[in-house]
Structure formats: structure tokens, C-alpha cells
Design a protein around this ligand. Structure first.
Ligand SMILES: [Zn+2]
Length: 385
């Protein structure tokens, strides 16, 4: 979901350009005409978004590998049409390639080179019945666009491309040098991006990297995120028998994988303070400073408004920390998926032999995925151990 305001990221690029072009008298005139052009082309930008969203480029599902490739091909053509040079689809060690393009013609010798990151893959769309309109068709309702990837990140990366294009259309040049790295496996944690970056390090050299994947505080308020929390994910499988058992014959006396799993998960969080109880979990987390708190106060966050917009029952979280502190500076441990036993319609009187949970931990600065993974795994033992 995204507000009808397709210029935010483009504006960032313009600002970056402005930083280095203030000596140029023509700059503000150019900026004005570029903005006018962006305003006048919104129908074309809508068409771009609709075309790119139409590819079901779900990186997590093998059956969509062809769609991921088709999205990459569409993007490479779009980059060329925008006036980018040396556009290429570069393979990674996975099935999702990187789309690369550059424009390095800035006349100011001090102009920086900005590497713009974005991703054209999307999350799966289920549950399908929760969508009010087909996920791969952009639909506009009440001033918002809906469709899978409209916000994350097809819309975001298009804005950056369109900003560069508008500069080229209007002035024949961009005030800065730009390189685009658009990948197709962000939603599956970019397993091959590091190797790709190492392989293409020379080509990707830049003064500044900007992620076109992210949000802003409000439609009429820009923002620059200086960092994001990290993440580590795991799947917890509990197996308590070789076979499912009849609840009438064996129930009451046999370990039930669902119950064991529920107890394990419940034990990972203090029910009163909501703090994660995994031993050593917070060891490396930096203390929140007064400056952090002042910055967060300026953000002007309205929890009631957010809860109303999301239909959220309420905010819960770690005692002693504000909502923004919980979101920005504290680590988390969240159960993001669970399955076990019979989940179809009706009832099946079975003691399940296995149950599964997927856990995702957001990491604060200084925590490492390896360390947190080890600590979480250490807490996993059967209740009678
Ligand atoms: Zn994203």
C-alpha cells in the first residue's frame, strides 16, 4: 500500500544532487522544471507501476522463477528507456539475477556517484481471500495504490529510475552519477548478494549507497533512514513420536508435539514484561542515549492513529521502552508461523507427532545473527530436561 505521492525518493536524489550542485546557478531552475515534468507524467508512472506489479515475481516460490526473470527483463528495458547506460542482467549464484544500469555523465568533476539499491521480487500473496483486489493488478482506492510490491519495492525502485529519467528528459543530464543495483532475492534474505557484490566490486564503486526500499513518515513528510535492524530466522521442529496417535487411545499419557512447542515458545518471553528470556539475548545491545530519545520525540509518532489505521487491538511490547524504541533500537523474538496436528476443516482426534514454528529475531546494532541463533537454540530443550 502506498500513498499517491510518487516523488519522495526522486526528491531524495534531487536533494543529493543539490548538495553538490549549489554552485550552479541553473540548478534551482532545472530542479523546478524537472519537478514540473514529474508532476505532468504521473499517468505514465502509473502505467510503469501496473506493468511491473503484473509480474508475480515471488522469489520464495520455485514456480515463479520464470516470472522473476520476466520482471528482470522488463526492468532492464525500462532502465534503457530511461536513458541509463550499460544496462545488463547479471546472473547471481541463484535463479534471480541483478539488473544493473548506470549514468556516469555528470559534468561537475566533484559530483558524487550514488549507488541506488532496490529489489523487484515480492512476498507470496496468501491468504488470497484477504485481498480486496487481485494482488498482481494495481488498483487505486481512496488515494492509495494496492497490489503486491506496490510499496515494497517495485514502486520504490521505479521512483528512483523515474527521477533519473526526468532529469535526463528535461536537462539531458543528471547532477550526480548514478548506478542502479536492482536485485531479485531480497525477500528470501539475498543469499547470493554478498558473493555478487564481491564479484562486481569494481563496477559498483560509489561514494554513497541509497536504498530505494523503505518508507517515509507520512505522504507529505520525507525521511532518510540511517539504518535498519538486522534479522535472523529459524524453524523449530518438535517431534514427539514416530506416528500420530488416537486421542482416545493414547491421549493424556503421551507427549503432544503441539503442547511441547507451545510451552517452548511461551518460555521464550516473560509474560509480564514481554522481555525475551533467552539467556544472553540482550548482552550486546547498545544503551539508548538521550540523543536517541530526542530524535525519536521529533518523529511525532501517533500510536492511536496507527492502531486505528491498522485495526490493531493494541500495542504490546517490552516494558520500559517506548514503541519507537522497541521498533528501532531493541531486538525482538517473534513467532511468525506455526503448524502442527490437524488444521483442516472440522476435527480429527489425533495427538500430533510433530509441530513446527518459524521464528524471526530482529537484531539491534552490535548483535550478530550467529550469536543470537546460538543463544536461541541453546534455550530449546524438552520441558522435562
Ligand atoms: Zn523490500
Amino acid at each position: 500500500m502506498r500513498n499517491l505521492h510518487p516523488k519522495s525518493f526522486g526528491l531524495l536524489l534531487l536533494i543529493a544532487g543539490a548538495q553538490f550542485s549549489y554552485a550552479n546557478r541553473n540548478f534551482s531552475d532545472n530542479l523546478r522544471t524537472v519537478l514540473q515534468r514529474i508532476e505532468s507524467q504521473s499517468d505514465r508512472y502509473d502505467k510503469d507501476l501496473a506493468e511491473l506489479v503484473r509480474f508475480p515475481s515471488v522469489s520464495a516460490l520455485h514456480q515463479h522463477e520464470g516470472d522473476v526473470l520476466a520482471a528482470a527483463r522488463w526492468l532492464s528495458e525500462r532502465l534503457q528507456a530511461a536513458g541509463l547506460q550499460n544496462v545488463e542482467i547479471l546472473s547471481t549464484d541463484g535463479p534471480q539475477p541483478v539488473v544493473y544500469g548506470e549514468w556516469l555523465g555528470a559534468t561537475n568533476p566533484h559530483a558524487p556517484t550514488v549507488l541506488v539499491y532496490g529489489h523487484y521480487d515480492v512476498q507470496p500473496v496468501d491468504p488470497l481471500d484477504a485481498w480486496e483486489s487481485p494482488p498482481f493488478e494495481v488498483s487505486k482506492r481512496d488515494g492509495y495504490y494496492y497490489g503486491r510490491g506496490v510499496d515494497d519495492d517495485k514502486g520504490g525502485l521505479l521512483q528512483a529510475v523515474q527521477a533519473v529519467e526526468a532529469w535526463l528528459q528535461e536537462t539531458g543530464a543528471v547532477p550526480i552519477n548514478v548506478k542502479f543495483l536492482l536485485e531479485g532475492q531480497e525477500e528470501v534474505m539475498s543469499p547470493h548478494l554478498t558473493a555478487f557484490l564481491q564479484r562486481h566490486a569494481g563496477r559498483l564503486v560509489a561514494d554513497l549507497a541509497l536504498s530505494a526500499d523503505g518508507g517515509q513518515p507520512a505522504a507529505d513528510r520525507g525521511g532518510i533512514s540511517l539504518g535498519l535492524r538486522g534479522v535472523v530466522s529459524l524453524q523449530l521442529d518438535v517431534v514427539t513420536a514416530d506416528t500420530d496417535m488416537h486421542s482416545g487411545m493414547k491421549g493424556g499419557s503421551s507427549a503432544n508435539s503441539n503442547h511441547v512447542l507451545a510451552a517452548l515458545l511461551a518460555g521464550m518471553r516473560d509474560p509480564r514484561t514481554q522481555a525475551v528470556t533467552v539467556e544472553g539475548f540482550y548482552d550486546d545491545v547498545a544503551r539508548i542515549t538521550d540523543l536517541d530519545r530526542r530524535d525519536m520525540e521529533m518523529y511525532d509518532f501517533n500510536p492511536e492513529k496507527e492502531a486505528a489505521e491498522l485495526g490493531l487491538l493494541g500495542h504490546v511490547g517490552e516494558e520500559g521502552y517506548s514503541i519507537l524504541e522497541q521498533r528501532w533500537l531493541r531486538p525482538t523474538l517473534e513467532v511468525v508461523g506455526m503448524a502442527g496436528g490437524f488444521t483442516g476443516e472440522g476435527i480429527k482426534t489425533v495427538i500430533p507427532r510433530s509441530a513446527m514454528a518459524k521464528i524471526s529475531c530482529r537484531l539491534a546494532p552490535r548483535q550478530t545473527p550467529q550469536d543470537i541463533l546460538k543463544k536461541v537454540c541453546c534455550t530449546v530443550h524438552l520441558p522435562n530436561e
